[in-house]
Design a protein around this ligand. Structure first.
Ligand code: SF4
Length: 461
């Protein structure tokens, strides 16, 4: 028999407890267990006025943002609607059934004002990271670093050439991303030399062709992760330039050392991090083992001798060629000693012309020049350390471990849907990347630790 929906008289009172309607194994319960916002109010106190209308509670703002970044709800308007309609989201935000959800425009205004000024998102990220550490998820022995390009909210078709005059308008009323860019320009352009194309809506974003296809404006997110459980120990936004990405590693490693007194024994990265100066910083400045392929362009593939065919003798400060002859940086003692260091931070070692003139190997060594030259980086000893490490079994393991950071980027883009930024400017990108990293650490704690306590699997959101 087909049933009917009974048209009963409406009840006047309902007894309803949100707590009972959120499943025990809901992901948000796991996240809630590891989220501690007890000192957020104190951190923000000096950025709020003591008079006037009360603002939206900062704890509510942060809880809503964590929902947005944990479940890939990218639009602030949709986030406010979802929190209004979803019982689990209301429970996580500590909102009762009849409590009002903030309007999306006041939510947006609060988020970009005091939170950015007070660096609240970094405070939140570090609070969550401390919890990861106290739960034993951070080993501190090995870190991995990598960068990933994320599209900026800027249209390539509206590009302007940096050679032409760009009217930025009134600096007071111009958009925040433009104001920040102009301030950065005044402060000696911290994002490097001026690019050929500039987006008038987000001038700090950089036009990039990676990973193929038409060029687009982008920023890079840089992750430094601990290899024990793949916890992100720092995140930094940079323009989508390789040099900026590599340099951000130093910022992140030193910040983690400074804030958490934690320095890794090994640092794993791809070839981009294997430049001579970077390896020198790891080996000689920080005492970190570089599990990084050496950036080396000296191997020749035209059949002539490569630099690796020459033997280095550190004591004599010379190379020896396969014929046993010396290549030196100075053949004659000078009255005024010179460093011989070139602008490219190398020292040139030359063979003796008379040695080469009668050599049987000349056609394979220096067919077009009267003698052979080898450019040796002043950081070559650090490169040699990296080359030695690359022969070990630990290095092979590090190659596999490096996938953890790539998986975090894939998760960020596919699950958290952060494949295009919604906020403009470098500080907007920084906010988004920090919140995504915070959400990823919270999700990881919830998934790794909560099932143990609850005796079951978490259900997807
Ligand atoms: S050409 Fe000169 S540098 Fe090259 S192998 Fe012969 S002697 Fe040595």
């Amino acid at each position: 028999m087909i049933g009917f929906q009974t048209d009963k008289q409406k009840r006047l009172f309902y007894s309803f407890d949100l707590e009972e309607h959120v499943p025990q194994n809901h992901l948000l319960r796991g996240i809630d267990r590891f989220l501690d916002l007890s000192d957020l109010r104190q951190h923000l106190a000096e950025f709020y006025s003591h008079t006037g209308r009360p603002s939206i509670a900062p704890e509510l703002m942060i809880r809503m943002l964590i929902i947005g970044y944990s479940f890939g709800i990218r639009s602030e308007r949709r986030l406010c609607e979802e929190v209004h309609l979803n019982l689990a989201y209301r429970w996580f935000c500590r909102l009762g059934l009849e409590d009002t959800v903030p309007d999306h425009s006041s939510f947006s205004k609060n988020r970009h004002g005091r939170f950015r000024d007070s660096d609240a998102f970094r405070h939140l990220f570090e609070t969550v990271l401390r919890r990861c550490m106290s739960e034993g998820l951070v080993g501190g022995e090995g870190f991995a670093v990598d960068a990933s390009i994320v599209k900026a909210d800027a249209n390539r078709l509206r590009s302007m050439s940096s050679d032409e005059f760009i009217d930025w308008g009134n600096p007071v009323t111009s958009p925040r991303a433009v104001r920040e860019y102009l301030i950065a320009l005044d402060e000696n352009n911290p994002t490097g030399t001026l690019p050929k194309s500039i987006s008038p809506t987000d001038p700090a974003a950089r036009l990039t062709g990676a990973p193929g296809g038409p060029a687009f404006y982008a920023y890079s997110t840089n992750y430094l992760i601990d290899l024990k459980a793949g916890i992100i120990v720092d995140a930094e936004a940079t323009p989508a330039y390789r040099t900026d990405e590599v340099n951000s590693t130093k910022t992140m490693v030193e910040r983690v050392e400074d804030r958490f007194d934690m320095k890794p024994e090994r640092l794993v990265g791809d070839t981009a991090y294997g430049t001579a100066s970077m390896l020198d910083w790891m080996v000689n400045d920080k005492g970190i083992a570089p599990h990084v392929p050496v950036w080396d362009k000296t191997e020749r593939d035209d059949g002539t001798l490569s630099r690796s065919d020459f033997q280095w003798n550190a004591k004599a400060n010379e190379y020896r060629c396969p014929e046993g002859h010396a290549l030196r940086s100075n053949w004659r003692p000078l009255k005024n000693p010179r460093s011989y260091i070139t602008k490219a931070d190398t020292i040139i070692y030359r063979s003796s012309q008379p040695d080469c003139a009668g050599c049987l190997m000349k056609d394979r060594c220096c067919p077009n020049t009267p003698f052979r030259k080898i450019a040796r980086s002043i950081h070559e000893s650090a490169r040699d350390v990296a080359r030695d490490i690359a022969k070990t079994a630990a290095y092979q393991q590090s190659r596999k471990d490096r996938k953890k950071v790539e998986m975090l980027f894939a998760h960020m883009k596919r699950i958290l849907k952060l494949d295009r930024l919604r906020l403009r400017g470098l500080s907007g990108a920084q906010d988004e990347f920090l919140l995504a990293a915070t959400a990823q650490n919270l999700r990881r704690m919830a998934k790794w630790l909560a099932p143990i306590a609850q005796g079951g699997e978490l259900i997807p959101a």
